[in-house]
Design a protein around this ligand. Sequence first.
Ligand code: HEM
Length: 376
Amino acid sequence: QDVVDFHGEHQAGIVTPAQDRLCFASLNVLTKDRAELISLLKDWTAACRRITRGLDVTETGFDGGSEYAPPQDTGEAHDLSAAHLTVTVGFGRSLFQDSSGKDRFGLKAHLPKGLIELPHFAGDQLEDARTGGDLCIQACADDPQVAVHAVHNLIRMGFGVVSTRWMQLGFGRTSSTSTAQATPRNLFGFKDGTANLKAEDSAAIDDHVWVRDDSWLSGGTYLVARRIRMILETWDREALSGQEKIIGRTKGTGAPLSGGEEFTPVDLNMMGSGNQPIVPVDSHVRLAHPDTNHGVQMLRRGYNYADGTDTLGNMDVGLFFIAMVKDPATGFVPIQKKLAREDALSEYLRHTGSGLFAVPPGVPADENAYLGQQLF
Ligand code: HEM
């Protein structure tokens, strides 16, 4: 009962209730051979069909093959359950054309219109080694070893065809994506995911998440990843009331500052003392709210991360922000532009990594079907 079906109209790991753990990898494609790329996607599909059921990558498994060949599965998840593993694969802009615009695999004509070059946002401090990529793999599970095993094995199977560009582990999901889930807290201690799109609201998911057109991407979506470092050393010295004004919600229950309970809709028009709005003009919730963004919503599916310390001994911790959107140009870029400039929260954040990927539709149960088939 801890199995999430790999098959379906859409890839799993998007509206699937967010699992506890993330292993995310961005890959470079090394081969120049389109057939090799397709063959890898077929191998990945076959592997995903098994590992999402809690099985080894192949029937031969991690100790059943020839003693003279490397094992067909690396073994670390052999005794573990499926732990709600989902594997979601996406394609970066650089898969379709290289930086000089050259077609790499005969795919340039199929570059989806939403797979744009993300602009530089105010305050961005993106590191090359944490940015971009030809392919991405998002593995989510309730057990970190299961998520890592998935990415580990897909990368291993691609030896010589792909190489790892960057990788990110995440814990303690920072969003709820189902009404059945309690809202978790991020590393600033605030409930995160309260006003998120929820899987049960299929009309809103249709409006804001799934691409619907006559292209290969129809039924898919776009995944925006941002590695956002949170400067805890500064945040932790901010007074409670200051923290709440920056977010626009209370720290305790997560209710909007305009009143009510956690899920009471925020009233952006309510005025407070000094004839100032109770939900401040530079608060995160006001600036990210659909009412101040032409009705735009996104499916947030991020995770906390903690990657040790920097050379000064400051904690390198934060939020690995993931959002699924129908069109990044309208559904992410304008909001992030605004947040980067006006959001009081920005003072405590540093964007250090970034990626944008087109996520193809799901794989049918038919055994000949494979990930991304619609593109090829
Ligand atoms: C809401 C935290 C980055 C978009 C929230 C809430 C918190 C929060 C505490 C209120 C609870 C909720 O409704 O989920 C953070 C932190 C961030 C971050 C700590 C960075 C480390 C971003 C980014 C975006 C974003 C980069 C998009 C570009 C939103 C949206 C909402 C929201 C759309 C819901 C607003 C509403 O409808 O009320 N965030 N956030 N957040 N955030 Fe963020």
